[in-house]
Design a protein around this ligand. Structure first.
Ligand SMILES: Cc1ncc(COP(=O)(O)O)c(C=O)c1O
Length: 370
């Protein structure tokens, strides 16, 4: 058994869940980013219509699938691609976790991730024995860097990198000969400035300078389309990298099922459900944001995505305890590297009822705040 990974961090939340569950009105779980609203009917129907699938699916994705992704990149991201630059993923987490291994990284190689980062980047480095460094400043990336993870909008902090910041990262990675993998699954969920401006992709010509060499953008429909249960995602970019990765995935049987491919085509062709879901999140976010601020939290970044990245300027576990005593479960920032040790993450992927109840508890606790 491979033992290079610790126990899944969420286990550490169990005692705090137990405290929160004792609240007389029950637990409000704001710890997970798993969507709770229904999968849009247009997508469910596409899946229903594809249940007859006797043959193996294409690892590369059907041409219709790839063309739907190409069309989406053009319409929603301002990026022009060809269909050989696109491949399906069975949810993006598997792709993220195995990318360093599939790229052939090994001991002595460095993988860069943001200073506060989604947990799967560490996993990918551990699986191949590479070293992971959490560093936002491209100038500090060492010479043996082989892979750079960007995550904009970021989880947990909701930070958005503009085209200039993305370009600086790409330029430095190019100097080092490293691959840049940009995890962009919250790109449709921008707030404030990012409601009117498209959140840039690493494949945006202002960033890539018109060459996709060594660049990969990773996108998921889990959040924008309430499809986390379908495992529906894709990667796009450097055609040579895509070809090599598809070959390895063919050998390993990593195929997106045909019915899911067809569901993705339907999802990408329909903008209405994405906007409708976004309106729901906008409302939840506003309600929770006001309550979290009223309680005394300072909010950092949180310009996009499904989380509030908040601090009481104390150790994150003290804040997790305070919240658990109100019956609210949040994630300690420590799960996302040292940079998060004074923060907690509130998720807005709870029902309207739970968000309202969580907000009421925070507001009513005003007398307790420090
Ligand atoms: C930054 C980031 N990347 C990737 C994922 C994984 O998404 P999925 O595997 O559902 O496509 C998540 C899920 O929360 C995420 O926050």
């Amino acid at each position: 058994m491979f033992t290079g990974l610790p126990e899944y961090p969420w286990q550490k939340l169990k005692p705090y869940r137990a405290i929160a569950q004792k609240h007389e009105l029950g637990i409000i779980d704001l710890s997970v980013g798993s969507p709770v609203d229904p999968t849009p009917e247009i997508i469910q129907k596409a899946l229903d219509n594809s249940t007859n699938a006797p043959g193996y699916p294409s690892t590369f994705g059907s041409l219709e699938f790839r063309e739907a992704v190409v069309e989406w990149f053009k319409r929603r991201r301002g990026v022009t691609l060809t269909s050989d630059q696109v491949m399906p993923n069975i949810g993006s987490k598997e792709f993220i976790s195995f990318l360093p291994l599939m790229l052939g990284l090994t001991k002595g190689d460095v993988v860069i991730q943001p200073s506060v980062a989604y947990t799967a980047y560490v996993v990918g480095a551990a699986l191949c024995g590479a070293e992971i460094i959490s560093e936002d400043d491209p100038a500090n990336w060492p010479a043996n860097t082989k892979l750079v993870w960007l995550n904009s909008p970021g989880n947990p902090d909701g930070r958005v990198l503009d085209a200039v910041e993305l370009k600086a990262a790409v330029d430095r990675a190019r100097e080092l000969g490293a691959v840049v993998a940009s995890d962009e699954c919250y790109a449709e969920l921008g707030w404030g400035r990012w409601e009117s401006e498209l959140i840039p992709s690493v494949l945006d010509p202002r960033v890539s300078g018109g060459s996709d060499k060594n660049l990969l953008a990773i996108y998921s429909l889990s959040k924008q389309s309430n499809l986390a249960g379908y495992r529906a995602a894709f990667a796009a970019g450097d055609a040579d990298l895509i070809k090599g990765l598809v070959n390895l995935r063919m050998h390993s049987g990593l195929m997106m099922p045909t019915p899911v491919q067809n569901a993705v085509i339907a999802a990408l062709g329909d903008e209405a459900h994405v906007q409708a879901e976004k309106a729901i999140y906008r409302n939840r976010r506003q309600i929770l944001l006001e309550a979290v601020k009223a309680y005394g939290f300072k909010i950092a970044e949180s310009q996009a995505g499904l989380y509030l990245w908040a601090t009481l300027e104390e150790d994150c576990w003290a804040t997790v305890t305070r919240m658990a005593e109100l019956g609210i479960l949040v994630v300690p920032g420590e799960f996302y590297q040292e940079g998060g040790s004074k923060y907690v993450r509130f998720s807005i992927t709870a029902t309207d009822k739970d968000i309202a109840e969580g907000a009421a508890r925070l507001t009513n606790a005003l007398g307790l705040k420090h």
